[in-house]
Each structure stands twice: as structure tokens, then as C-alpha cells.
Ligand binder design. Structure first.
Ligand code: ADP
Length: 632
């Protein structure tokens, strides 16, 4: 059969990603959207879009009945579930089949089998695939499990049978902690998955996460598309993925790939799948789980194999054979993906919400951006905080890392917290560059990703004499400045033209604010992105995010002055007052643009406008008279 119209039962970047391929294949797409996603990018991008329900996922993207009704109404041939949401729910695959439609995903039997960590392990052990030593049985008696844990040997990992996304996992380092940890894992599991059954595994101390992309068709062909290294994780969730896993020996790689193909054959699989393995320090690998869907990180595999895995999924769902056999699937070069999350790396990676005020991702040759967001979008609490991915390909890993750093540093997103600076720091570490990252390195704080205050401050030039001597601006003479951060405290002393200056940097929460009445400058040699008072500074390849001093309050006319002068060179955008207007403290007088920022110049006293010397769109020089007020 030939698929001509697809409903995408998902949102965000994966919905956009699927639509992209459908367009190329001439397939019509139907998007669904919740209340919160009315203006989302995937909605505009699809050929048709249907409202599905309120913002909460269980009333929208998880509402099987409603999805099937829309699929019927829009007369699609097939449903693509993307990843997350209903992609691995056998009940959804069943409902799609019952409606006489094609489910572009795994067979129902595989969804059921792999949905249970214990059943999955039992079937893999039966197929001769090595599993992490542990207990995968049905007995949930606490005493019994404690005995099993002792037999396995501590440290032991407790995992929810129905688990996913790292939830419900607990490391136990000795038998006295076991019962408490078990109870806590069970509480978390019942809350997250409605099932408190657990399995036990030997905890691997220096684990690497290596997974194999597999693909199977309905004719019985099974191939692998090489492996991915997903060891860079926080809270058991991947944030950087790459292909290939370049530290693997050829022997281990061949063994791993063959094992993955055997495992796929053993369960009569069809479609795209990922077999996840954990590797210990001796390169012993063990089956962890199989993801019966497309993965977030499928892009790195596409880049090294030059394939389109969504196209493969559609072909296989049509009943066609795989587009390539094993011999013709070749790997070229190296690819790395970083996941951009709206979250706060300095505060336990708590998801961040807010409106995106400005953003830029630079697409270029061999740099791919999968993004679901655009300027003015609100990132809400309802859905996964992953908002974009940057994927980079190069001839080798070293070049790839360099290119990724450039791509990351050239990108910005203002308005809410993201992990972009954190990602940039990770890829700059020796540990990352020398392939010495384990899945627990970030959680244990083993990586030196902290931004030193000294370096952040050194990236800023405090132009204290600017107003008096614009021609002699420090902007041009930056190299004569020496900024010495004395310690991690907050006073910066510096020397300029033989004179000593002091500047106070206050750390408010995790932001650095430069206090005082001076203007600031960012070193022009450093890359920087400015947006209102926020700045991203890229200094010596490292990226810092800073909150700059309150320019607005300094820019307005001084309380005792009868004049408003331009605080710096720039362009007048808007004139808000005219002659004779009475103004009060805080009223906006003019808006000007300078250094890519908008400055709102406000009245600092109650007065009356005597003269307006400028008009909109006019360029002004520093100190130029803008508005004059009546004598008080
Ligand atoms: P989930 O289904 O919740 O994602 P997984 O079983 O896939 O859970 O494991 C997620 C991550 O937890 C792995 O990538 C790895 O970092 C870590 N992990 C899992 N099992 C072990 C183990 N036995 N020892 C050490 N770390 C583990």
C-alpha cells in the first residue's frame, strides 16, 4: 500500500521533523494541537491542523479516543506517534489498527514486551543477549528483594519495571539503606507509572551508555545503522549524543552490533528500534532496554549514514523492504547532537518557563537545527522542556567538537533559562574531548564545567570614563585594562591609564550584576549577544551569561538636571513626549537603540518639557542634548 496522508500524534520538534520528510515524499500531513500549542510551529508547518483539547497532556496528546476521531475525520492512511507521548503504548497501536489505519511504529507484541523491563530482560536472556546481573523476576517481597540485592552485591540499582526517563531509579550502596530506598523507588514508580514493581541490577560504577540503531522490515530483513554514544547525561537523561562511539575497539563494536541485530531478530521486530547497552570499564556490555520507536538522537545516525530514518519508517510501514541492505549501509565521519533544554543547570536542572524574546540558531553546511520554537513562543509547564537540538557533522570527532562549539556559541535564546552555556562548557572540558565521560560524571560533579567569576568579569570592560571622554573610549583601548578579580568575592580592582579603579560585582542568585553608576562594555574581541540587560559573552571559547547593570535608570536625566543627554551613541527609535508635556518621575521620554540594546530613557523628576531636540530614526552621538526641561 502507499501512504498518502499521515496524522502526527505529537508536537514540538519531532512533529516538525516528521513533516519535513513527508513534504519531501509528497505526503500530506495532519497536525494536532492543544490549547497551549495554538500558535506552535508544528501547527503552521503541517498541511492541516486539528485542535485536540486542553493543554494538559492527558487531555490532548495522550487522548487516544480523540486522536483516532481526528484521524478518521481527516481521512489519513497512517499515524506517526513520534517519540514520547503514545509512541510506545500498545493500546494506542491497537486503537490505530482497529480504526483500519497504519501505525508507523513497532508491532504491538514488541511494544508490550519492551514496555516491561523485567519481561524484556527475560526475553533477552533467553535469546543469549548479556544482561546486567540482577533480579528481574515477579517476587516483590521486600525481604526477598533485600536478599537478592545482597546476593548481587552492592552497589545495587533499583529500577521501576514500567520505568522510563530515569524516574524511579535508586542507587543503594549497602544493605542498611536498601529497604528505605526500595520504598522510595516504589513510591516514585507508582506516581509516575501507576505500577510499583521493580527490578534490581548490579550498579556499574563507571558506566557508558552505548546504543545501537536497528531497523527491520516485514520481509524479515534486519540491519543495524551503527551505534551511538549517549554517555553525557544528567539525572539519567541524555543531553549530548554522538555517532560513532569513537573509543570502542573494532572488536567490541562488531560484537555489539551483531548482538543488537540478534536481539532484534529474536523478538520478530519491525520498524525503527534502539537497543541500549551499558558498558563497564572492561568494555563488557549488557542489554539495558529496547526503545521501540524513533529516538530523539536519531539525527546523528542519519548524518553518519546519510539516511532519512523517518522515510525508512514510512517505507517499512507501507510493507516495502528496507531501502538498504547491511553491506550498503556505511558510516562516514562523526556527528554530535546537543539537546537544548529550557532548564536551570545551576538549580538541579529544574525546567524553566517563559516567553522566548529573541533567538537565533545558525544553520550552515553540516549543521542541522531541529527546533520547535520561534520568537514570542511561550515555553510552558505542560510539556517536555527540550526545545531544540543542534546536530553537527564533521570528518572526525575533533573537528566535530570544534564546529559544535562554534555553532553553540553563535546561537542564543533570551527570555528564559536554557542549558546552552552548560553544554558549551561540557564540550570544552578535557574529559569530553578525551572521551572520558561516564553517565554519572555530571551528576557526581566530576566535570569542571563551572564558570569562574574572574573570567566572567574579565570579559566585561567597565567604561567609567566614557561620558567624559568619548573620543578616548575604552572600547578602543581595551587591552590597556587589567581586571584583577582578587578572589571569588565581588570586588574587581583594575588599573587604567595609571589610575586605580574599583568595581563591585554583586552575585544575585546565580547572576552577576555590575553595580554602580558606570557604563559597561563587552570586549569587542569577544563574541557577544546582547538583549536588553542580558548578555551572553563568549570569552576564550567559554560562554557566560550575565545580567548587565541597569542602564535605563542611569540614562535618564539626572534628578537635578534640566537636560536629557544621550548616554551613548545610537539611534532614536521613539519620541514619547512633545513640547509642553508635563512628565512625572519614571515616565518614558525616549527610546533609543545602542549596542543592539533598547534603552528606555525616563524622567527622573516631575517637570515640563521645554524642547525636544531629536526625532525618531535620528542618529545621535554620545552626550548630545535630546530633551530640555523647564527650570524648576
Ligand atoms: P530509563 O528507562 O528510565 O531511561 P534505563 O534503564 O534506560 O532507564 O537507564 C537510564 C540510565 O541510567 C542509563 O543510560 C545509565 O546512565 C543509567 N543506568 C542504568 N542501569 C544502570 C546500571 N546497572 N548501572 C549504572 N548505571 C545505570
Amino acid at each position: 500500500m502507499s501512504i498518502k496522508k499521515i496524522l502526527i500524534a505529537n508536537r514540538g520538534e519531532i512533529a516538525c521533523r516528521i513533516i519535513q520528510t513527508c513534504r519531501q515524499l509528497g505526503i500530506t500531513t495532519v497536525a494536532v494541537y492543544s490549547q497551549a500549542d495554538r500558535y506552535a510551529r508544528h501547527v503552521a508547518f503541517a498541511d492541516e491542523a486539528y485542535y485536540i483539547g486542553p493543554s494538559a497532556p492527558d487531555q490532548s496528546y495522550l487522548n487516544i479516543e480523540q486522536l483516532i476521531a481526528i484521524a478518521k475525520e481527516s481521512k489519513v492512511d497512517a499515524v506517526h506517534p513520534g517519540y514520547g507521548f503514545l509512541s510506545e503504548r500498545s493500546a494506542f497501536a491497537e486503537a490505530v489498527a482497529e480504526a483500519g489505519l497504519v501505525f508507523i511504529g513497532a508491532p504491538i507484541s514488541a511494544l508490550q514486551l519492551m514496555g516491561s523491563k523485567s519481561a524484556a530482560k527475560q526475553s533477552m536472556e533467553a535469546a543469549g543477549v548479556p544482561c546486567v546481573p540482577g533480579y528481574h523476576g515477579d517476587n516483590q517481597d521486600a525481604e526477598f528483594l533485600a536478599e537478592q540485592a545482597t546476593a548481587i552485591g552492592f552497589p545495587v540499582l533499583i529500577k521501576a519495571v514500567a520505568g522510563g526517563g530515569g524516574k524511579g531509579m535508586k542507587i543503594v550502596s549497602n544493605d542498611s539503606e536498601f529497604i528505605d530506598a526500595l520504598n522510595s523507588a516504589k513510591r516514585e514508580a507508582i506516581k509516575a507509572f501507576g505500577d510499583d514493581a521493580v527490578i534490581l541490577e548490579k550498579y556499574i560504577e563507571h558506566p557508558r551508555h552505548i546504543e545501537v540503531q536497528v531497523f527491520a522490515d516485514t520481509q524479515g530483513n534486519v540491519v543495524h545503522l551503527f551505534e551511538r554514544d549517549c554517555s553525557t547525561q544528567r539525572r539519567y537523561q541524555k543531553i549530548i549524543e554522538e555517532a560513532p562511539a569513537s573509543y570502542l575497539t573494532d572488536d567490541t563494536r562488531v560484537e555489539l552490533l551483531n548482538t543488537a541485530v540478534d536481539a532484534t531478530k529474536a523478538i520478530d521486530y519491525v520498524g525503527a528500534g534502539t537497543i541500549e547497552f551499558i558498558l563497564d570499564e572492561e568494555d563488557n556490555f549488557y542489554f539495558m532496554e529496547m526503545n521501540t520507536r524513533l529516538q530523539v538522537e536519531h539525527r546523528v545516525t542519519e548524518m553518519i549514514t546519510r539516511t532519512d530514518l523517518v522515510e525508512w519508517q514510512i517505507r517499512v510501514a507501507e510493507g516495502q523492504p528496507l531501502p538498504k541492505n547491511q553491506m550498503s549501509i556505511q558510516a562516514h565521519g562523526h556527528a554530535i547532537e546537543v539537546r537544548i533544554y529550557a532548564e536551570d543547570p545551576d538549580n538541579k536542572f529544574l525546567p524553566a518557563t517563559g516567553v522566548i524574546q529573541a533567538l537565533q540558531f545558525t544553520e550552515a553546511e553540516n549543521i542541522m537545527i531541529d527546533s520547535a520554537v520561534q520568537q514570542s513562543d511561550e515555553v510552558s509547564i505542560h510539556y517536555d522542556p527540550m526545545i531544540a537540538k543542534i546536530v553537527v557533522w564533521e570528518r572526525d570527532r575533533k573537528r566535530c567538537i570544534r564546529k559544535l562549539k562554534e555553532a553553540l556559541n553563535a546561537s542564543y535564546l533570551f527570555g528564559l533559562k536554557t542549558n546552552m552555556a552548560f553544554l558549551s562548557s561540557i564540550v570544552s572540558t578535557d574529559a569530553f574531548q578525551s572521551n572520558a565521560i561516564y553517565t554519572n560524571s555530571l551528576d557526581k560533579g566530576d566535570l569542571d564545567v563551572e564558570v569562574p567569576l574572574e573570567a566572567a568579569v574579565a570579559a566585561i570592560y567597565v567604561d567609567s570614563l566614557y561620558q567624559q571622554a568619548p573620543a578616548d573610549s575604552l572600547w578602543q583601548q581595551g587591552d590597556q585594562w587589567r581586571l584583577n578579580a582578587l578572589d571569588r568575592s565581588v570586588t574587581v580592582a583594575f588599573e587604567y591609564q595609571g589610575e586605580q579603579h574599583q568595581q563591585t560585582v554583586v552575585k544575585v542568585g546565580d547572576e552577576y550584576r555590575i553595580n554602580g553608576t558606570h557604563y559597561y562594555r563587552i570586549h569587542p574581541k569577544d563574541n557577544c549577544h546582547l538583549f536588553h540587560k542580558q548578555a551572553h559573552v563568549i570569552h576564550k571559547g567559554k560562554r557566560f551569561e550575565l545580567l548587565l547593570p541597569d542602564v535605563e535608570s542611569q540614562s535618564a536625566a539626572g534628578a537635578n538636571s534640566n537636560q536629557l543627554n544621550a548616554p551613548m551613541p545610537g539611534r532614536i527609535i521613539d519620541v514619547k513626549v512633545k513640547i509642553g508635556d508635563a512628565v512625572n518621575v519614571g515616565d518614558s521620554l525616549l527610546v533609543m537603540e545602542a549596542m543592539k540594546m533598547e534603552l528606555n530613557l525616563k524622567a527622573e523628576k516631575d517637570t515640563v518639557v521645554k524642547l525636544v531636540e531629536v526625532c525618531a530614526d535620528q542618529q545621535v552621538v554620545a552626550d548630545q542634548l535630546l530633551v530640555e526641561f523647564e527650570e524648576s
